[in-house]
Structures are given as C-alpha cells and as structure tokens.
Unconditional design. Structure first.
Length: 188
C-alpha cells in the first residue's frame, strides 16, 4: 500500500513577502502560524482607540528619537512563520525599507471580543519572542481595561491590568499614558 507524503504548506517570512506583494493594496494580510490571514476593516470604535493610543505613544516616543506607527508587521528571528500586524508599533532607529519591523520596543493590540483568544494567546507568545520588545499592551475595546506586559529581563515578563483611572507607565519612553486618554470619546 502506497502512502502519500504530506507536504507542509506553512509559509515562512520570505515566501509570505513574495505572496503578499502580489495582493491588491486594499487588502491587509498578516502571517499567523504559517498561513496568511486577511484582516477585516476595523470598526470606528476600534480605530478611535487606536488613534488615541498612537497619538499619545508618538508624543512620548518622539522625545526619545522613536516613533509610533500603525500598519507595520512585526518580525522575530525565533519564529519564521509569523508576521502579525499589531494596531500600534513603537520602534526606534532608521526608517525601514519595507513594512516589516524586526526591532520594535512596544506593540499594542486593541481587542474586540472576537479576537481575544488569538491576540491574547498566540500573538502574545510571538511578541514575547521578539528580543527588542519591552512592552506589550492589550487594550480592550468593550471595557476600560488595559493589560500591560513588561519585560523584566531577557526572559521574564511582569503583568499588570489597569482600569480607567490607571496610567500605563512606560519607562523606556520616559513617561506614562493615562488609560482615560486611551478611551477619549469612547462610551461604555
């Protein structure tokens, strides 16, 4: 009896970059576990939170010669089958030649309830594999809650959950962002 060999169809970063380059500009894709995933257009509530956060992070980052941006994919040498696109990325250094950041210092994901398991699970595990990353923010969309993961040393992470009256301390950026400011113009 003959058995067919199973071919691994997972994409690595290089194959994904070639594949996604041929996609129309209006489509936004990220690579998750070796498979391309099409991102749905975000709702206005989601975008308001992203813009509030990006503005405040960029104000802090600029003072350190860094910048906060949306739409960049994050890379890690430890995982060749992931290129997620968090809602906000803070990075330092010269401008990138493309949309792939291997040197992020902070990422933020704004979560609708439907994305909770992926973004708090596999993506968070991936982000922890990025050596330059110091802070991961998980911002809830439907409640005033920000989860903060901070790298304590090379491998250990501390966790903190903040409510509306809290402040996101960002020592790497030399300041803090009030949680209330993240939710400006958002009703609960």
């Amino acid at each position: 009896m003959a058995l067919a060999a199973r071919r691994d169809s997972r994409m690595g970063i290089a194959d994904y970059q070639v594949w996604v380059e041929a996609r129309p500009d209006r489509e936004r894709w990220e690579l998750i576990d070796g498979g391309p995933v099409l991102l749905a257009p975000p709702k206005e509530r989601h975008q308001r939170i992203v813009m509030n956060l990006a503005k405040r992070l960029d104000d802090l980052a600029e003072r350190r010669g860094c910048r906060a941006m949306t739409g960049l994919a994050v890379l890690s040498e430890a995982m060749d089958d992931f290129a997620p696109i968090p809602d906000v990325v803070v990075r330092c250094g010269p401008p990138l030649p493309d949309g792939y950041a291997p040197d992020t210092v902070l990422v933020a994901e704004v979560l609708p309830p439907s994305a909770m398991s992926l973004d708090r699970g596999r993506k968070t595990d991936f982000y922890r594999s990025v050596p330059s990353l110091r802070t991961v923010l998980v911002v809830h969309q439907d409640e005033a809650r920000v989860e903060v993961w901070r790298r304590r040393d090379g491998t250990e992470w501390d966790f903190e959950a903040l409510g509306l009256d809290g402040a996101i301390e960002l020592p790497d950026l030399g300041g803090a962002v009030a949680v209330r400011a993240v939710y400006t113009d958002i009703a609960f």
